[in-house]
Ligand binder design. Structure first.
Ligand SMILES: NC(=O)C1=CN([C@@H]2O[C@H](COP(=O)(O)OP(=O)(O)OC[C@H]3O[C@@H](n4cnc5c(N)ncnc54)[C@H](OP(=O)(O)O)[C@@H]3O)[C@@H](O)[C@H]2O)C=CC1
Ligand SMILES: CC(=O)[C@H](N)C(=O)O
Length: 266
């Protein structure tokens, strides 16, 4: 068991299940102490005991609903004031898989509040402290559904598109500093996500579903390699480069100041 007093601390949101629980395990194995956040504090306490036994990790459990002002403000305060925190994993997220019109107001609001508002506020809470120390990292969990929208993912894809654009702009803002942001875009991963989503995981071809362990290990390998954007399931990295180059070319082509000829009167 190592000396906990000198360990850096990682904050992981949504650590009571799925991808977040695996991040907690892997980061503890890497020598971090942890602040784990989710609504189900009992689950976090069980995980915390396991991580203490396995790795000697000291874990602070915060039972908080990140869609509620009180819960969010509590986690913001921890991020802003604990100087041992060097890593924030913005993982908590959800999504209903169904048509926009059939999604309840409550679920739609929860998805927007969690995937967009909470991620943004926690990032903004961590940044001043990280920048003042010129050190620290943020891992934002988006989704490949940020690059693609289906009739059943409009809301979810919209929120994850936000995560991608917010994070990419922020990466530009952070260039030249000692603070880095990794954006992770998982594809279908076997977790409890699908319970809230209202679509069973069994609806997917098992061949396209990754384990949460494989997803997080791949994402952390990308983190170690210094990647800004990690697509754990994409084997041919050149596909991303081509996609991103096309995006940049299209953006440059918007800067003409003139309607395109096809929109001008003959
Ligand atoms: N599974 C997949 O196929 C994919 C998932 N992702 C993304 O990965 C991330 C993790 O999802 P995944 O592990 O799959 O899902 P899970 O449902 O397994 O885990 C979600 C976690 O978020 C927490 N959470 C949910 N609502 C709140 C809330 N209001 N306040 C605080 N914590 C909350 C849950 O804890 P609790 O209920 O205790 O609050 C849980 O710990 C999400 O951002 C998701 O969009 C991206 C691509 C694919
Ligand atoms: C199919 C899904 O919505 C999945 N959670 C994802 O983000 O890819």
């Amino acid at each position: 068991m190592s000396n906990s007093a000198s360990k850096p601390i990682a904050v992981v949101t949504g650590a009571s299940a799925g991808i977040g629980a695996v991040y907690a395990d892997r980061l503890a194995a890497r020598g971090y102490d942890l602040v784990l956040v989710a609504r189900r504090a009992e689950r976090l306490k069980t995980l915390s005991a396991k991580l203490l036994r396995a790795y000697g990790a000291k874990v602070e459990v915060i039972g908080a609903d990140l869609t509620k002002e009180e819960g969010l403000a509590r986690v913001e305060k921890v991020l802003a004031t604990n100087p041992a925190i060097t890593l924030l994993v913005n993982n908590a997220g959800n999504g209903t898989l169904g048509s926009t019109i059939n999604t309840s107001d409550e679920n739609a609001a929860s998805t927007i509040a969690l995937n967009i508002t909470a991620l943004t506020r926690l990032t903004r809470a961590a940044l001043p402290a990280f920048l003042s120390r010129n050190a620290g990292a943020i891992i934002n969990i988006a989704s490949v559904m940020a690059l693609h929208s289906l009739p059943i993912t409009s809301l979810y894809s919209g929120t994850k598109g936000y995560v991608v654009n917010f994070s990419r702009g922020l990466q530009e803002e952070l260039a030249g500093t000692g603070v880095r942001l990794q954006l992770v875009l998982p594809a279908a991963t076997a977790t409890e996500f699908y319970e809230f989503a209202g679509m069973p995981l069994s609806a997917f071809d098992p061949a396209v579903v990754m384990t949460a362990e494989d997803m997080v290990d791949a994402a952390l390998a990308g983190f170690d390699q210094g990647e800004a954007i990690t697509l754990p399931s994409v084997h041919d990295r050149a596909l991303w480069e081509t996609y991103d180059a096309a995006r940049a070319t299209l953006f440059a082509a918007t800067q003409t100041g003139e309607p395109a000829p096809r929109y001008q009167a003959a």
